[in-house]
Design a protein around this ligand. Structure first.
Ligand code: AHR
Length: 515
Protein backbone atom coordinates (compact mmCIF):
# COMPACT_ATOMS: atom_id res chain seq x y z
CA UNK A 1 0.00 0.00 0.00
CA UNK A 2 2.82 2.35 1.00
CA UNK A 3 4.69 1.52 -2.24
CA UNK A 4 1.56 2.13 -4.25
CA UNK A 5 1.06 5.56 -2.68
CA UNK A 6 4.69 6.43 -3.39
CA UNK A 7 4.30 5.35 -7.01
CA UNK A 8 1.12 7.40 -7.27
CA UNK A 9 2.84 10.52 -5.84
CA UNK A 10 5.74 9.95 -8.21
CA UNK A 11 3.38 9.83 -11.21
CA UNK A 12 1.68 13.04 -10.04
CA UNK A 13 5.08 14.69 -9.60
CA UNK A 14 6.20 13.72 -13.11
CA UNK A 15 2.87 14.88 -14.55
CA UNK A 16 3.10 18.21 -12.77
CA UNK A 17 6.68 18.70 -13.91
CA UNK A 18 5.48 18.07 -17.44
CA UNK A 19 2.58 20.48 -17.04
CA UNK A 20 4.97 23.06 -15.59
CA UNK A 21 7.42 22.34 -18.35
CA UNK A 22 4.75 23.19 -20.86
CA UNK A 23 3.43 26.21 -19.02
CA UNK A 24 5.86 28.72 -20.45
CA UNK A 25 5.97 29.03 -24.19
CA UNK A 26 7.57 31.50 -26.53
CA UNK A 27 6.43 31.37 -30.13
CA UNK A 28 8.57 33.15 -32.71
CA UNK A 29 6.99 33.77 -36.10
CA UNK A 30 10.09 33.33 -38.21
CA UNK A 31 7.95 33.41 -41.35
CA UNK A 32 6.47 36.83 -40.54
CA UNK A 33 9.48 39.14 -40.69
CA UNK A 34 8.34 42.59 -41.86
CA UNK A 35 10.20 45.49 -40.27
CA UNK A 36 13.90 46.12 -39.88
CA UNK A 37 15.16 46.78 -36.37
CA UNK A 38 17.03 49.98 -37.06
CA UNK A 39 20.54 49.75 -35.67
CA UNK A 40 19.97 53.24 -34.28
CA UNK A 41 17.76 51.73 -31.56
CA UNK A 42 21.12 50.80 -30.00
CA UNK A 43 22.11 54.47 -29.75
CA UNK A 44 23.60 56.41 -26.85
CA UNK A 45 23.57 59.89 -25.36
CA UNK A 46 26.38 62.04 -23.94
CA UNK A 47 25.55 65.40 -22.39
CA UNK A 48 27.73 68.05 -20.79
CA UNK A 49 26.58 66.80 -17.42
CA UNK A 50 28.59 65.76 -14.40
CA UNK A 51 31.46 63.44 -15.31
CA UNK A 52 30.03 62.32 -18.63
CA UNK A 53 32.23 64.36 -20.94
CA UNK A 54 34.84 66.01 -18.68
CA UNK A 55 36.56 63.44 -16.46
CA UNK A 56 34.65 60.83 -18.45
CA UNK A 57 35.17 60.58 -22.19
CA UNK A 58 37.46 63.57 -22.19
CA UNK A 59 40.41 63.84 -19.82
CA UNK A 60 42.42 66.37 -21.82
CA UNK A 61 45.65 65.94 -23.73
CA UNK A 62 47.85 66.47 -20.69
CA UNK A 63 46.23 63.75 -18.59
CA UNK A 64 48.30 60.82 -17.33
CA UNK A 65 45.41 58.58 -18.37
CA UNK A 66 46.17 57.25 -21.87
CA UNK A 67 44.27 59.31 -24.44
CA UNK A 68 44.20 60.51 -28.02
CA UNK A 69 43.72 64.26 -28.26
CA UNK A 70 42.23 64.15 -24.77
CA UNK A 71 39.78 61.29 -25.43
CA UNK A 72 40.28 58.29 -23.12
CA UNK A 73 41.66 55.25 -24.92
CA UNK A 74 40.20 52.58 -22.60
CA UNK A 75 36.68 53.98 -22.98
CA UNK A 76 36.94 54.00 -26.77
CA UNK A 77 38.24 50.43 -26.80
CA UNK A 78 35.42 49.26 -24.53
CA UNK A 79 32.63 51.07 -26.35
CA UNK A 80 33.80 49.76 -29.71
CA UNK A 81 32.73 46.32 -28.43
CA UNK A 82 29.14 47.61 -28.52
CA UNK A 83 29.17 48.85 -32.14
CA UNK A 84 27.46 52.05 -31.06
CA UNK A 85 25.52 53.25 -34.11
CA UNK A 86 24.69 56.82 -33.04
CA UNK A 87 25.68 59.23 -30.26
CA UNK A 88 23.53 62.21 -29.22
CA UNK A 89 25.19 65.42 -27.93
CA UNK A 90 25.51 68.06 -26.30
CA UNK A 91 22.24 67.57 -24.36
CA UNK A 92 19.63 67.22 -22.95
CA UNK A 93 18.84 70.38 -21.08
CA UNK A 94 22.40 71.59 -21.66
CA UNK A 95 21.71 71.80 -25.41
CA UNK A 96 19.37 74.71 -24.81
CA UNK A 97 22.04 76.80 -23.14
CA UNK A 98 24.87 75.74 -25.46
CA UNK A 99 26.36 78.38 -27.76
CA UNK A 100 28.24 76.33 -30.34
CA UNK A 101 30.66 79.12 -31.29
CA UNK A 102 32.03 78.99 -27.72
CA UNK A 103 33.33 75.50 -28.47
CA UNK A 104 35.41 76.07 -31.61
CA UNK A 105 38.80 77.65 -32.32
CA UNK A 106 41.93 77.73 -30.14
CA UNK A 107 41.10 76.11 -26.81
CA UNK A 108 42.78 78.80 -24.74
CA UNK A 109 40.54 81.43 -26.31
CA UNK A 110 37.29 79.62 -25.65
CA UNK A 111 35.10 81.38 -23.07
CA UNK A 112 34.35 80.05 -19.61
CA UNK A 113 30.63 79.74 -18.96
CA UNK A 114 28.54 78.28 -16.16
CA UNK A 115 26.63 75.05 -16.72
CA UNK A 116 23.45 76.30 -15.09
CA UNK A 117 21.52 73.06 -15.51
CA UNK A 118 24.00 70.62 -14.09
CA UNK A 119 25.76 71.44 -10.86
CA UNK A 120 26.52 75.10 -11.64
CA UNK A 121 30.06 74.13 -12.61
CA UNK A 122 32.36 76.05 -14.93
CA UNK A 123 32.32 74.81 -18.50
CA UNK A 124 35.56 75.70 -20.24
CA UNK A 125 34.32 74.65 -23.67
CA UNK A 126 37.46 72.57 -24.29
CA UNK A 127 35.20 69.82 -25.64
CA UNK A 128 33.32 71.32 -28.58
CA UNK A 129 32.16 70.46 -32.08
CA UNK A 130 35.53 69.27 -33.43
CA UNK A 131 36.23 67.17 -30.34
CA UNK A 132 32.77 65.58 -30.41
CA UNK A 133 33.03 64.70 -34.08
CA UNK A 134 36.50 63.26 -33.53
CA UNK A 135 35.08 61.14 -30.72
CA UNK A 136 32.40 59.85 -33.11
CA UNK A 137 35.07 58.98 -35.66
CA UNK A 138 37.00 57.04 -33.02
CA UNK A 139 33.85 55.14 -32.05
CA UNK A 140 32.86 54.72 -35.68
CA UNK A 141 29.45 56.06 -34.76
CA UNK A 142 27.04 58.52 -36.39
CA UNK A 143 26.71 61.86 -34.60
CA UNK A 144 23.34 63.27 -33.58
CA UNK A 145 23.53 66.94 -32.60
CA UNK A 146 20.77 68.80 -30.75
CA UNK A 147 20.60 72.52 -31.58
CA UNK A 148 19.62 75.28 -29.20
CA UNK A 149 16.24 76.78 -30.05
CA UNK A 150 15.37 78.23 -26.64
CA UNK A 151 18.29 80.57 -25.93
CA UNK A 152 19.82 80.64 -29.42
CA UNK A 153 18.66 82.10 -32.71
CA UNK A 154 17.62 80.55 -36.00
CA UNK A 155 20.81 82.02 -37.46
CA UNK A 156 22.99 80.29 -34.81
CA UNK A 157 21.35 76.95 -35.52
CA UNK A 158 21.49 77.19 -39.29
CA UNK A 159 25.12 78.35 -39.20
CA UNK A 160 26.11 75.43 -36.96
CA UNK A 161 24.68 73.01 -39.50
CA UNK A 162 26.43 74.88 -42.30
CA UNK A 163 29.74 74.86 -40.37
CA UNK A 164 29.54 71.11 -39.87
CA UNK A 165 28.03 69.82 -43.11
CA UNK A 166 28.48 72.30 -45.96
CA UNK A 167 30.98 71.83 -48.78
CA UNK A 168 30.21 75.30 -50.15
CA UNK A 169 32.44 78.35 -49.79
CA UNK A 170 31.19 80.76 -47.13
CA UNK A 171 32.44 82.74 -44.15
CA UNK A 172 31.26 79.95 -41.88
CA UNK A 173 32.90 77.10 -43.80
CA UNK A 174 36.10 79.17 -44.08
CA UNK A 175 36.06 79.38 -40.30
CA UNK A 176 35.82 75.59 -40.10
CA UNK A 177 38.78 75.25 -42.44
CA UNK A 178 40.75 77.81 -40.44
CA UNK A 179 40.02 75.65 -37.38
CA UNK A 180 41.68 72.69 -39.06
CA UNK A 181 38.87 70.81 -40.76
CA UNK A 182 38.85 71.10 -44.54
CA UNK A 183 36.16 68.59 -45.48
CA UNK A 184 32.68 68.80 -44.01
CA UNK A 185 31.54 66.06 -41.67
CA UNK A 186 28.70 63.79 -42.57
CA UNK A 187 26.13 64.50 -39.85
CA UNK A 188 22.66 63.31 -40.70
CA UNK A 189 20.75 63.61 -37.42
CA UNK A 190 19.88 67.03 -35.95
CA UNK A 191 17.58 67.64 -33.01
CA UNK A 192 15.52 70.83 -33.12
CA UNK A 193 15.50 71.55 -29.40
CA UNK A 194 15.18 69.32 -26.36
CA UNK A 195 12.34 68.92 -23.87
CA UNK A 196 10.90 72.25 -24.92
CA UNK A 197 7.95 71.68 -22.60
CA UNK A 198 10.40 71.99 -19.66
CA UNK A 199 14.10 72.85 -19.51
CA UNK A 200 13.94 73.84 -23.18
CA UNK A 201 11.85 76.97 -22.65
CA UNK A 202 8.62 75.83 -20.94
CA UNK A 203 6.70 76.03 -24.21
CA UNK A 204 3.29 74.61 -24.92
CA UNK A 205 2.71 72.33 -27.88
CA UNK A 206 1.24 74.96 -30.22
CA UNK A 207 4.02 77.43 -29.52
CA UNK A 208 6.74 74.78 -29.86
CA UNK A 209 5.31 73.57 -33.16
CA UNK A 210 5.50 77.11 -34.56
CA UNK A 211 9.05 77.56 -33.29
CA UNK A 212 9.98 74.17 -34.73
CA UNK A 213 8.61 75.13 -38.15
CA UNK A 214 10.59 78.38 -38.17
CA UNK A 215 13.87 76.73 -37.14
CA UNK A 216 13.40 73.71 -39.34
CA UNK A 217 12.78 75.83 -42.43
CA UNK A 218 16.29 77.28 -42.10
CA UNK A 219 18.05 74.16 -40.82
CA UNK A 220 19.45 72.53 -43.91
CA UNK A 221 19.80 69.03 -42.48
CA UNK A 222 19.04 65.49 -43.62
CA UNK A 223 17.06 64.21 -40.67
CA UNK A 224 15.37 66.63 -38.29
CA UNK A 225 14.03 65.49 -34.95
CA UNK A 226 11.41 67.53 -33.12
CA UNK A 227 11.10 67.65 -29.36
CA UNK A 228 8.28 65.52 -27.98
CA UNK A 229 6.14 66.38 -24.97
CA UNK A 230 6.36 64.75 -21.58
CA UNK A 231 5.99 60.98 -21.77
CA UNK A 232 2.30 61.10 -20.82
CA UNK A 233 1.45 64.17 -22.90
CA UNK A 234 -0.43 62.62 -25.80
CA UNK A 235 -1.88 66.00 -26.69
CA UNK A 236 1.59 67.30 -27.54
CA UNK A 237 2.04 64.44 -30.01
CA UNK A 238 -1.41 65.09 -31.49
CA UNK A 239 -0.80 68.84 -31.85
CA UNK A 240 2.62 68.46 -33.42
CA UNK A 241 1.63 65.68 -35.80
CA UNK A 242 -1.61 67.30 -36.92
CA UNK A 243 -0.10 70.75 -37.47
CA UNK A 244 3.09 69.62 -39.12
CA UNK A 245 1.26 67.71 -41.81
CA UNK A 246 -0.39 70.94 -42.96
CA UNK A 247 3.00 72.40 -43.86
CA UNK A 248 3.53 72.01 -47.61
CA UNK A 249 6.26 69.42 -48.09
CA UNK A 250 6.15 68.53 -44.40
CA UNK A 251 8.28 65.48 -44.98
CA UNK A 252 11.26 67.79 -45.44
CA UNK A 253 10.44 69.70 -42.29
CA UNK A 254 10.22 66.84 -39.78
CA UNK A 255 11.67 63.35 -39.90
CA UNK A 256 11.35 62.32 -36.28
CA UNK A 257 9.58 63.13 -33.04
CA UNK A 258 11.49 62.64 -29.83
CA UNK A 259 10.22 60.62 -26.85
CA UNK A 260 11.72 60.48 -23.35
CA UNK A 261 10.89 57.89 -20.69
CA UNK A 262 12.81 57.26 -17.50
CA UNK A 263 12.43 54.33 -15.10
CA UNK A 264 12.12 55.65 -11.56
CA UNK A 265 11.62 53.00 -8.91
CA UNK A 266 9.99 55.33 -6.37
CA UNK A 267 9.15 58.94 -7.17
CA UNK A 268 10.99 62.04 -8.38
CA UNK A 269 11.67 63.39 -4.88
CA UNK A 270 13.12 60.14 -3.47
CA UNK A 271 14.15 58.01 -6.40
CA UNK A 272 15.87 55.37 -4.30
CA UNK A 273 19.35 53.95 -4.26
CA UNK A 274 20.92 52.24 -7.28
CA UNK A 275 22.34 49.43 -5.12
CA UNK A 276 20.70 49.52 -1.72
CA UNK A 277 17.16 48.55 -2.66
CA UNK A 278 14.49 46.05 -1.67
CA UNK A 279 12.46 43.68 -3.82
CA UNK A 280 9.54 46.16 -3.97
CA UNK A 281 11.82 48.56 -5.80
CA UNK A 282 13.01 45.80 -8.11
CA UNK A 283 9.37 45.08 -8.95
CA UNK A 284 8.55 48.73 -9.55
CA UNK A 285 11.56 49.18 -11.83
CA UNK A 286 10.37 46.25 -13.95
CA UNK A 287 6.74 47.32 -13.85
CA UNK A 288 7.50 50.89 -14.80
CA UNK A 289 9.77 49.89 -17.66
CA UNK A 290 7.18 47.45 -19.00
CA UNK A 291 4.55 50.20 -18.88
CA UNK A 292 6.62 52.11 -21.43
CA UNK A 293 5.28 49.80 -24.14
CA UNK A 294 1.62 50.78 -23.69
CA UNK A 295 2.62 54.43 -23.48
CA UNK A 296 4.68 54.16 -26.67
CA UNK A 297 1.74 52.46 -28.37
CA UNK A 298 -0.52 55.37 -27.39
CA UNK A 299 1.87 57.86 -29.01
CA UNK A 300 2.32 55.60 -32.03
CA UNK A 301 -1.46 55.26 -32.48
CA UNK A 302 -1.70 59.06 -32.80
CA UNK A 303 1.23 59.13 -35.20
CA UNK A 304 -0.41 56.38 -37.27
CA UNK A 305 -3.62 58.39 -37.49
CA UNK A 306 -1.91 61.62 -38.48
CA UNK A 307 0.86 60.10 -40.58
CA UNK A 308 -0.41 56.77 -41.96
CA UNK A 309 2.55 56.49 -44.33
CA UNK A 310 4.94 56.29 -41.38
CA UNK A 311 7.16 59.12 -42.62
CA UNK A 312 7.91 60.58 -39.18
CA UNK A 313 9.84 58.25 -36.91
CA UNK A 314 9.50 58.00 -33.17
CA UNK A 315 12.93 58.70 -31.67
CA UNK A 316 13.26 57.54 -28.06
CA UNK A 317 16.34 59.66 -27.49
CA UNK A 318 16.40 59.47 -23.69
CA UNK A 319 15.53 56.42 -21.63
CA UNK A 320 16.87 54.33 -18.79
CA UNK A 321 17.01 54.21 -15.00
CA UNK A 322 17.27 57.26 -12.78
CA UNK A 323 18.13 56.80 -9.08
CA UNK A 324 19.37 59.07 -6.32
CA UNK A 325 23.02 59.98 -6.82
CA UNK A 326 25.69 57.98 -5.01
CA UNK A 327 26.42 59.32 -1.54
CA UNK A 328 29.01 62.07 -1.43
CA UNK A 329 28.67 62.97 -5.11
CA UNK A 330 27.38 66.24 -6.56
CA UNK A 331 23.55 66.01 -6.79
CA UNK A 332 23.75 67.82 -10.14
CA UNK A 333 26.07 65.19 -11.61
CA UNK A 334 23.61 62.26 -11.69
CA UNK A 335 26.29 59.68 -10.96
CA UNK A 336 24.71 56.34 -10.07
CA UNK A 337 25.89 52.75 -9.78
CA UNK A 338 24.53 50.08 -12.07
CA UNK A 339 23.44 46.59 -11.04
CA UNK A 340 21.79 43.47 -12.37
CA UNK A 341 18.49 45.38 -12.00
CA UNK A 342 19.72 47.83 -14.64
CA UNK A 343 20.63 44.94 -16.92
CA UNK A 344 17.05 43.68 -16.72
CA UNK A 345 15.65 47.17 -17.33
CA UNK A 346 17.92 47.57 -20.37
CA UNK A 347 16.77 44.21 -21.73
CA UNK A 348 13.09 45.10 -21.27
CA UNK A 349 13.57 48.49 -22.92
CA UNK A 350 15.43 47.06 -25.89
CA UNK A 351 12.85 44.28 -26.32
CA UNK A 352 10.12 46.92 -26.38
CA UNK A 353 11.91 49.08 -28.95
CA UNK A 354 12.69 46.04 -31.12
CA UNK A 355 9.04 45.02 -31.06
CA UNK A 356 7.97 48.57 -31.99
CA UNK A 357 10.51 48.78 -34.82
CA UNK A 358 7.92 49.81 -37.38
CA UNK A 359 7.74 53.33 -35.92
CA UNK A 360 10.66 53.47 -33.47
CA UNK A 361 13.75 54.17 -35.55
CA UNK A 362 16.17 55.33 -32.90
CA UNK A 363 16.67 55.13 -29.13
CA UNK A 364 19.47 56.63 -27.03
CA UNK A 365 19.99 55.34 -23.52
CA UNK A 366 21.02 58.02 -21.02
CA UNK A 367 23.99 58.46 -20.69
CA UNK A 368 27.05 56.37 -21.78
CA UNK A 369 29.74 57.32 -19.21
CA UNK A 370 29.36 58.18 -15.47
CA UNK A 371 25.84 59.61 -15.80
CA UNK A 372 22.50 57.81 -15.12
CA UNK A 373 22.32 54.32 -16.68
CA UNK A 374 25.85 54.32 -18.01
CA UNK A 375 27.79 51.68 -19.95
CA UNK A 376 31.06 52.73 -18.34
CA UNK A 377 31.95 54.10 -14.91
CA UNK A 378 35.33 55.61 -14.19
CA UNK A 379 37.33 56.45 -11.07
CA UNK A 380 40.50 58.29 -12.00
CA UNK A 381 42.48 55.81 -14.14
CA UNK A 382 40.14 52.87 -13.42
CA UNK A 383 37.14 51.86 -15.46
CA UNK A 384 34.32 49.32 -15.11
CA UNK A 385 31.93 47.92 -17.68
CA UNK A 386 28.48 47.96 -16.13
CA UNK A 387 25.82 45.21 -16.31
CA UNK A 388 24.03 47.46 -18.83
CA UNK A 389 27.14 47.42 -21.01
CA UNK A 390 26.84 43.65 -21.29
CA UNK A 391 23.19 43.82 -22.31
CA UNK A 392 24.10 46.16 -25.17
CA UNK A 393 26.90 43.81 -26.12
CA UNK A 394 24.55 40.83 -26.09
CA UNK A 395 21.76 42.59 -28.01
CA UNK A 396 23.84 44.07 -30.81
CA UNK A 397 22.98 41.03 -32.97
CA UNK A 398 19.58 42.67 -33.54
CA UNK A 399 21.05 45.76 -35.20
CA UNK A 400 19.56 46.10 -38.71
CA UNK A 401 18.10 42.56 -38.59
CA UNK A 402 14.49 41.77 -39.49
CA UNK A 403 12.17 41.90 -36.51
CA UNK A 404 10.25 38.67 -35.85
CA UNK A 405 6.88 38.89 -34.11
CA UNK A 406 6.68 36.78 -30.96
CA UNK A 407 4.06 35.61 -28.50
CA UNK A 408 4.73 34.73 -24.90
CA UNK A 409 2.62 32.51 -22.69
CA UNK A 410 4.28 32.53 -19.33
CA UNK A 411 3.52 32.88 -15.70
CA UNK A 412 3.45 36.23 -13.99
CA UNK A 413 5.82 37.63 -11.42
CA UNK A 414 3.32 38.43 -8.68
CA UNK A 415 3.96 40.60 -5.64
CA UNK A 416 1.80 42.48 -3.15
CA UNK A 417 2.11 45.51 -5.38
CA UNK A 418 0.82 43.83 -8.50
CA UNK A 419 2.02 41.53 -11.20
CA UNK A 420 3.91 41.66 -14.46
CA UNK A 421 4.63 38.99 -17.07
CA UNK A 422 7.82 37.29 -15.96
CA UNK A 423 9.19 36.95 -19.47
CA UNK A 424 9.88 39.63 -22.05
CA UNK A 425 11.03 38.67 -25.53
CA UNK A 426 12.17 40.07 -28.86
CA UNK A 427 13.57 38.26 -31.85
CA UNK A 428 15.15 38.92 -35.22
CA UNK A 429 16.55 37.22 -38.29
CA UNK A 430 19.77 38.52 -39.79
CA UNK A 431 20.89 38.57 -43.42
CA UNK A 432 22.47 35.09 -43.02
CA UNK A 433 19.14 33.63 -41.91
CA UNK A 434 20.30 33.27 -38.31
CA UNK A 435 17.58 33.78 -35.69
CA UNK A 436 18.33 35.60 -32.44
CA UNK A 437 15.95 35.51 -29.51
CA UNK A 438 16.55 37.68 -26.45
CA UNK A 439 14.58 36.85 -23.31
CA UNK A 440 14.52 38.53 -19.93
CA UNK A 441 13.14 36.76 -16.85
CA UNK A 442 12.31 39.52 -14.35
CA UNK A 443 11.20 37.07 -11.65
CA UNK A 444 13.89 37.39 -8.99
CA UNK A 445 13.29 33.92 -7.51
CA UNK A 446 12.00 31.57 -10.15
CA UNK A 447 13.65 29.74 -13.00
CA UNK A 448 11.25 29.27 -15.89
CA UNK A 449 11.48 26.27 -18.11
CA UNK A 450 10.26 27.53 -21.45
CA UNK A 451 9.47 25.86 -24.76
CA UNK A 452 10.56 27.86 -27.82
CA UNK A 453 8.42 27.32 -30.90
CA UNK A 454 9.85 28.51 -34.18
CA UNK A 455 6.91 28.96 -36.53
CA UNK A 456 7.73 28.56 -40.19
CA UNK A 457 10.96 26.67 -39.54
CA UNK A 458 10.98 23.00 -40.43
CA UNK A 459 14.44 22.25 -39.21
CA UNK A 460 17.05 24.25 -37.39
CA UNK A 461 20.75 23.61 -36.90
CA UNK A 462 23.11 24.54 -34.14
CA UNK A 463 21.70 26.39 -31.12
CA UNK A 464 23.86 28.26 -28.64
CA UNK A 465 23.11 30.65 -25.82
CA UNK A 466 24.64 33.29 -23.62
CA UNK A 467 23.45 34.72 -20.32
CA UNK A 468 23.73 37.70 -17.99
CA UNK A 469 22.79 36.94 -14.40
CA UNK A 470 24.13 36.93 -10.84
CA UNK A 471 23.25 35.61 -7.39
CA UNK A 472 21.98 38.90 -6.06
CA UNK A 473 19.51 41.41 -7.48
CA UNK A 474 21.95 44.22 -6.75
CA UNK A 475 25.13 42.51 -7.98
CA UNK A 476 27.37 45.07 -9.67
CA UNK A 477 30.83 45.54 -11.08
CA UNK A 478 33.14 47.43 -8.78
CA UNK A 479 36.47 49.14 -9.41
CA UNK A 480 39.45 46.86 -9.00
CA UNK A 481 37.31 43.79 -8.25
CA UNK A 482 36.36 40.75 -10.26
CA UNK A 483 33.26 41.38 -12.39
CA UNK A 484 30.05 40.11 -10.76
CA UNK A 485 27.84 40.62 -13.79
CA UNK A 486 29.05 39.79 -17.27
CA UNK A 487 28.21 37.96 -20.45
CA UNK A 488 28.72 34.21 -20.20
CA UNK A 489 28.07 31.13 -22.27
CA UNK A 490 24.91 29.30 -21.21
CA UNK A 491 24.32 25.56 -21.39
CA UNK A 492 20.73 25.33 -20.13
CA UNK A 493 19.18 24.69 -23.53
CA UNK A 494 17.73 21.47 -24.88
CA UNK A 495 17.23 20.88 -28.55
CA UNK A 496 15.80 17.52 -29.55
CA UNK A 497 13.87 16.36 -32.59
CA UNK A 498 12.92 19.85 -33.67
CA UNK A 499 11.82 20.91 -30.18
CA UNK A 500 13.72 23.57 -28.33
CA UNK A 501 13.44 24.45 -24.69
CA UNK A 502 15.44 26.54 -22.30
CA UNK A 503 15.68 26.94 -18.53
CA UNK A 504 15.60 30.65 -17.96
CA UNK A 505 17.10 31.33 -14.53
CA UNK A 506 15.56 33.86 -12.19
CA UNK A 507 16.65 37.47 -12.87
CA UNK A 508 18.49 36.73 -16.06
CA UNK A 509 18.79 37.86 -19.65
CA UNK A 510 19.42 35.21 -22.29
CA UNK A 511 20.35 35.29 -25.94
CA UNK A 512 19.58 32.27 -28.11
CA UNK A 513 21.40 31.97 -31.43
CA UNK A 514 19.66 29.58 -33.76
CA UNK A 515 21.26 28.62 -37.06
O1 AHR B 1 19.36 62.97 -19.03
C1 AHR B 1 19.25 63.95 -18.06
C2 AHR B 1 18.21 65.00 -18.42
O2 AHR B 1 16.94 64.40 -18.45
C3 AHR B 1 18.34 65.64 -19.77
O3 AHR B 1 19.24 66.70 -19.78
C4 AHR B 1 16.95 66.12 -20.03
O4 AHR B 1 16.63 66.18 -21.39
C5 AHR B 1 16.08 65.13 -19.27
O5 AHR B 1 15.13 65.75 -18.48
Amino acid sequence: MHKLRMLFSFIILIASIQINAQENTITIHVDQAKDTISKHIYGHFAEHLGRGIYDGFFVGKDSKIPNTNGIRTDIIEALRELSIPVLRWPGGCFAEQYQWKDGIGPVEERPLVVNTFWGGVTEDNSFGTHEFLELCEMLDTEPYIAVNIASGTVKDASQWIEYVTSDKDSEVTRLRKANGRKEPWDVKFWGIGNENWGCGGSMDAEYYTDVFKRFSTYCNADFKIASGGEWDDLEWTRTFMSEIKEVPGFIDIADGLSYHYYTIANDWSVKGSALDFVEEEWFRSMDQTLKMEANLEDHIAIMDEEDPDNTIALIADEWGTWYDVEEGTNPGFLYQQNSLRDALVAALGLNIFNNQARRVKMANIAQTVNVLQAMILTKEGQMVKTPTFYVFKMYKVHQDAMQLPSEVKAENYTTEQGEVPALSVSASKNSHGQVHVTVANVHPHKELNTAINLKGVEKFGEVSASIITADKMNAFNDFGKEEQVKLETYEGIRSKKGALSVDIPAKSVILLKIK
